[in-house]
Every structure is written in structure tokens, then in C-alpha cells.
Design a protein around this ligand. Structure first.
Ligand SMILES: NC(=O)c1ccc[n+]([C@@H]2O[C@H](COP(=O)([O-])OP(=O)(O)OC[C@H]3O[C@@H](n4cnc5c(N)ncnc54)[C@H](OP(=O)(O)O)[C@@H]3O)[C@@H](O)[C@H]2O)c1
Length: 311
């Protein structure tokens, strides 16, 4: 698979990565054996970058990813994140950060984390101080590269002045376009971008269902694209995108991932799937050519991303 460079510090990964959130939380019941098979299938097909977080099961997701990758640890890069409380509030108090990162090393069963992210900006702690603690781990050889997630372009600039930031990770897909406001600062400072929820949390997977068909703990209960007043309009967008994908001999998921790869050469999408066949389908997107005409047609179909009434 094509390789992409994230930042100027030497981080090079497969153009498509793997997001492991769903193996622990968010999208309904999981089967660890199937998830491990999906993770290994991703690696067999050329994926070298794997993404998790403390928050994905509070250690459980990291343990599963560490187990899956243990036999191939030296062939992959692993990213994890700190900074949420169990009620999804930010917590980057410095002692808390140290304790979470120490736990992540243990949970993953590794002697270093390749990419350490602050998962969300904490307004109570200056980002410069947080990066100061992250730098301690780099200096100790326990972390290779630093990243920020769910932050602002201004914070990226402040953080980068303390220690080089290699990658920013925020939500980006045909449905979620707000992250494009990071591109100027990323290009100015030479920072890479990891696109999370590239399939719009499954809306762009070809397998979406109305909210009522998901369980009470499913994250999609809270995502506006699934709200009853928005759902039909978003399905109508997806139907047109599916038609475009089919005209190219591709699936909707493949079109959605290839669209991201076509935006910038420093973007790495990290689709998540707990199923080896769906992982294989997603990875095949790397070979799908998106033409200028496709970009125009996608912009016509979804000029403002997914529909959210009132926004
Ligand atoms: N930094 C952050 O705050 C943040 C937030 C969210 C996500 N992330 C990262 O981004 C990764 C990906 O995002 P995501 O998991 O939210 O959403 P996503 O990749 O946009 O979509 C995942 C959903 O799509 C389904 N799916 C995937 N490929 C499919 C295919 N080919 N056909 C049909 N269904 C398919 C998955 O179900 P199955 O598993 O059943 O296939 C899952 O329900 C996460 O795993 C996580 O690492 C980061």
C-alpha cells in the first residue's frame, strides 16, 4: 500500500490506517476473536498504523489491540490517547496524564507508544503544559511522536512551539467537513492529519440503519445525522453517493475513503471495522482513483456534508 508521511519527525505509515474504537465501545456488541482477526487482516493487507485510546473501554481496547499486534509489534505503529473522564469530560491534569500514559504502556504491552495524542483539549490546563508532560515521555524513549485530537488550529500552534507535533486527528469525512479549517496551519507547520470516523460512524458504510435499530449505548443515539428530522435527507445523499460509487465499480465505503485520500497527501483515514471482510473492502479503497469530475459530483451531492437541521 502507498505510504504517507505524517509530520517532519519521521513518522511514515500506510495511507489507510485502522481505528480500533469499535472493538471496545460505541457500535454495539463485539466479539474479541473476530476483532483480532480483523486487526490481523488489516496488517496482512498492508496496514501499518493502528489507533486506540484509553477511553475505548478504559484499558480493554488497548489490551485487545496490544494482544492482536504482539506478534507483529515491530512492523506497526500504535497510537493511543489520554484526556477524557468516564463521563466524557476533558481531564489533562498533569499527574492524571502521567498515570494514564503509564497505564497505556502496560495495557498495550509495549515499551513505547508510537503516537501519543491528547484526546481532547482541556480548557483547565494550558496545552503548552500538557505537551510539556508528553515531551517527558519522548525524552524517556517511551513515546516516539506527539499528536493532538479534538483541538483548535490555535492550540496546534501553541503546542508545536513546545515540542514538534507530528499529527492532528479530528473528524473528517464527506459528511463532516469542519476539519478543513486545520489545513492552513498543518501545511504551514508541516504536520500530518489523521481523519477519524472517515465513514461518518457508519453512515457512509452502506450499512446504516435508523437510530431506533441501534442499542441504547450505541454512540449513534447521540449523533445528529441519525436524528429523525435528519435521517431521510442523509439517506438520500448516501443513495446518490452509492450510485456514483457503483458507476466506478466501487462500494460507498470505498468511495468515502478514497475521497479522503484525494483531498491531501498528508491525510491518513482510519476506518474502523470488526470484520475482516469489511476491513479488506475498506483497504481496497487505496487503489480507487477519484477524478476531478468525481470531486465535483460529490460536492454537488453533499455540498455541506451530512444534513443537520438548523446548522
Ligand atoms: N479522536 C477521537 O475523538 C475519535 C473519535 C471517533 C473515532 N476515532 C477513531 O477513528 C476510528 C474510526 O472511526 P469510527 O469507528 O468512529 O467510524 P467509521 O470508521 O467512520 O465507521 C465505523 C462503523 O462503520 C462500520 N463499517 C466499517 N466499514 C464498513 C464496511 N465496509 N461496510 C459496512 N460497515 C462498515 C463499522 O461496523 P463494523 O465494525 O461492524 O464493521 C462501524 O459501525 C475509530 O476506531 C477511532 O480509532 C477517534
Amino acid at each position: 500500500m502507498e505510504q504517507r508521511t505524517l509530520g517532519r519527525q519521521g513518522l511514515t505509515v500506510s495511507a489507510i490506517g485502522y481505528g480500533a474504537m469499535g472493538t471496545a465501545v460505541g457500535y454495539g456488541p463485539t466479539d474479541d476473536t473476530e476483532s483480532i482477526a480483523a486487526i490481523r487482516a488489516a496488517h496482512d493487507l498492508g496496514v501499518t498504523h493502528f489507533d486506540t485510546a484509553e477511553m475505548y473501554g478504559w484499558g480493554v481496547g488497548e489490551q485487545l489491540l496490544g494482544t492482536a499486534l504482539a506478534p507483529i509489534r515491530d512492523q506497526v505503529t500504535i497510537a493511543t490517547k489520554f484526556g477524557f473522564t468516564p463521563t466524557f469530560a476533558p481531564n489533562s491534569q498533569l499527574e492524571h496524564v502521567r498515570s494514564v500514559v503509564d497505564n497505556s504502556l502496560r495495557n498495550l504491552g509495549v515499551d513505547h507508544i508510537d503516537v501519543l495524542y491528547q484526546h481532547v483539549h482541556d480548557p483547565a490546563v494550558p496545552v503548552e503544559d500538557v505537551v510539556g508532560v508528553m515531551k517527558e515521555y519522548v525524552d524517556a524513549g517511551k513515546v516516539k511522536y506527539l499528536g493532538l485530537s479534538n483541538t483548535t488550529p490555535d492550540n496546534v500552534r501553541l503546542a508545536h512551539a513546545v515540542h514538534p507535533i507530528s499529527v492532528v486527528q479530528t473528524e473528517y469525512s464527506i459528511f463532516a467537513r469542519q476539519s478543513e479549517n486545520f489545513f492552513p496551519v498543518l501545511e504551514e507547520l508541516g504536520i500530518g492529519f489523521v481523519a477519524y470516523s472517515p465513514l461518518a460512524r457508519g453512515f457512509l458504510s452502506g450499512a446504516t440503519k435508523p437510530r431506533s435499530e441501534y442499542g441504547p449505548d450505541d454512540f449513534r443515539q447521540h449523533i445528529p445525522w441519525w436524528a429523525p428530522e435528519n435521517y431521510a435527507a442523509n439517506v438520500a445523499i448516501v443513495d446518490q453517493l452509492t450510485e456514483l460509487a457503483a458507476s466506478k465499480g466501487a462500494t460507498l465505503a470505498q468511495l468515502a475513503i478514497a475521497w479522503l485520500l484525494a483531498q491531501k497527501d498528508y491525510i491518513v483515514p482510519i476506518p474502523g471495522s470488526r470484520n475482516a471482510a469489511r476491513v479488506a473492502q475498506n483497504i481496497t479503497s487505496a487503489g480507487l482513483v477519484i477524478t476531478d469530475a468525481d470531486l465535483v459530483r460529490i460536492a454537488e451531492i453533499a455540498p455541506n456534508g451530512g444534513v443537520v437541521a438548523g446548522s
